[in-house]
Design a protein around this ligand. Structure first.
Ligand code: NDP
Length: 311
């Protein structure tokens, strides 16, 4: 009953660092970085950030894939992952808070006209204009789960008029909650900022097509920290040229890293951050150790994903 660690990409924590942290939470656990895998038939749990597509077929006794983060679209849809293999994710507070702050950063930048003053400064142009008023500003949050819930509550506490949207009905303090497809067009049309924090599923892929973009308020701002495939980027570029929406802030794009010749880089109405809105895991790796223990003990797992639903 071993746990194999394979982060699957560079630029973040290494396999060895994750293994050491998980072992610190459970010193008796059999935790192996991919570089020291031992007998792969011992491995019942695999922890990944990005799933190496060839790995599942090398693990004959795999029972659980633990995502070292939140988005599980490549895992639940993996063609070689048998149906009996369960999938869990992490739900740490630290990155949920960070992503809420990322949304807030770009909303406040627009409220205080940061881009305009940056341009004016280049021209030594001292032309004051009134900042926008928080209580008169409507913010929509698409996705009211772990991260969207944090975001909507934070913005509500700060005095924005917050509307939230999810698949099933919700009730959150300081947030007007909507659910289902029919509620969406009217909500989009009233929002000055739309914060998208939806998972990538067959239902959400290509969600912001030309029609949905046209349903937004002219001059409004679309912010996406969920997954890049939510937005049809060709339609977005055309929509931005027409001013509806007026600006897009993208932490995630359909191809990451975004190729240097992608027109999103150069568009004056696009702001890009390189998938950094949520970074720190806090103490979430304790849940990886706990899920290994629960898997061995046959107990209910923490944060199990519904593979059929896709999140
Ligand atoms: P959750 O699973 O907690 O919440 C997902 C929310 O989306 C739920 O409110 C759910 O509705 C809603 N939803 C899903 N499908 C639909 C749909 N078809 N129509 C309407 N609402 C829908 O996920 P998290 O909040 O933890 O994370 C969301 C996503 O953010 C992740 O899947 C990941 O892709 C992305 N992410 C990005 C990061 C980054 O660094 N940029 C970091 C971490 C996550 P309901 O509540 O009714 O089920």
């Amino acid at each position: 009953m071993a746990l194999l660690i394979n982060v699957g990409h560079g630029g973040w924590m290494t396999d060895a660092e994750i293994a050491e942290t998980v072992r610190a939470h459970d010193p008796g656990a059999d935790v192996r970085p991919l570089a020291e895998p031992g007998d792969l038939s011992d491995v019942t749990m695999l922890a990944v950030s990005k799933l190496n597509p060839d790995l599942p077929s090398r693990l004959p006794n795999l029972k659980l894939v633990q995502k070292l983060g939140a988005g599980v679209e490549t895992i639940v849809r993996h063609p070689a992952l048998p149906d009996h293999v369960r999938v869990t994710r992490l739900k740490p507070e630290a990155p949920a808070r960070e992503i809420a702050e990322w949304f807030l950063t770009y909303i406040l930048n627009a409220q205080r006209q940061g881009d305009r003053y940056r341009r004016q400064q280049v021209q030594a142009d001292w032309s004051p204009t009134a900042p926008l008023v928080t209580s008169e500003t409507v913010v929509g949050v698409l996705g009211l789960g772990h991260i969207g819930g944090h975001t909507a509550r934070l913005l509500g506490q700060l005095g924005f008029q917050v509307h939230g949207w999810s698949r099933s009905p919700k009730s959150l303090p300081d947030v007007t909650c909507h659910h289902g497809q029919y509620a969406l067009p009217a909500m989009l049309g009233g929002c000055d900022h739309v914060c998208a924090i939806l998972p990538s599923t067959p239902e959400t892929t290509g969600f912001f097509d030309a029609q949905r973009l046209a349903a937004m308020k002219p001059g409004s701002q679309l912010l996406n920290a969920g997954r890049g495939d939510l937005i049809d980027e060709t339609a977005l570029l055309q929509a931005l040229d027409g001013g509806t929406p007026g600006h897009a802030v993208l932490d995630v794009v359909s191809q990451e890293p975004l190729p240097a010749d992608n027109p999103l880089w150069q568009h004056s109405s696009v702001t890009i951050t390189p998938h950094v809105s949520g970074w720190h895991l806090g103490d979430a790796l304790k849940d990886v150790a706990e899920n290994l223990r629960r898997l061995i003990a046959g107990e209910a797992l923490l944060h199990e994903v519904d593979r059929a639903r896709g999140y």
